[in-house]
Design a protein around this ligand. Structure first.
Ligand SMILES: [Zn+2]
Length: 134
């Protein structure tokens, strides 16, 4: 778990299937996503999404005067329903507890109990050993 892989909008790119080169349905992607920060613009989840264009002015969405904006709430809703994770919660956690605590929490939450590698949030599957987390 790395700070560089925590996206502006609260997604931990490390646990996104796109990061290791899969789609949300488990197929191989043509292009592997390298994470929000290194890519900066082309994150599939954030397309045209920040109306304030604050993207290059702030480090995380909680620093924005609009936080949590409608677009973020929409995305957050989708992820809460589908994947049981909340970007808004992540952002509030970072704001209130700091990044290093957040990374520790993520590590606890997303490590495979079988092989100790990262579980991807999009389908709760460990791509290293195949374990499905319920
Ligand atoms: Zn595993």
């Amino acid at each position: 778990m790395k700070t560089e892989l925590i996206a502006l909008y609260g997604m931990n790119c490390r646990i996104c299937a796109g990061y290791i080169g899969y789609t949300t349905t488990g197929k191989k992607r043509k292009m592997r996503c390298i994470g929000f920060k290194p890519t900066d613009k082309s994150c599939a989840h954030l397309k045209n999404y920040c109306k304030n264009k604050t993207i290059n002015k702030i480090e995380y969405c909680y620093q924005c005067s609009d936080f949590p904006c409608k677009q973020l709430q929409k995305l957050d809703n989708k992820y809460r329903k589908r994947y049981n994770m909340s970007m808004i919660e992540n952002l509030e956690y970072i704001r209130d507890n700091g990044m290093s605590d957040f990374l520790k929490q993520q590590q606890k939450k997303y490590l495979c109990p079988e092989c100790d590698r990262v579980i991807y949030v999009n389908n709760s599957k460990c791509y290293s050993c195949g374990t499905i987390i319920k």
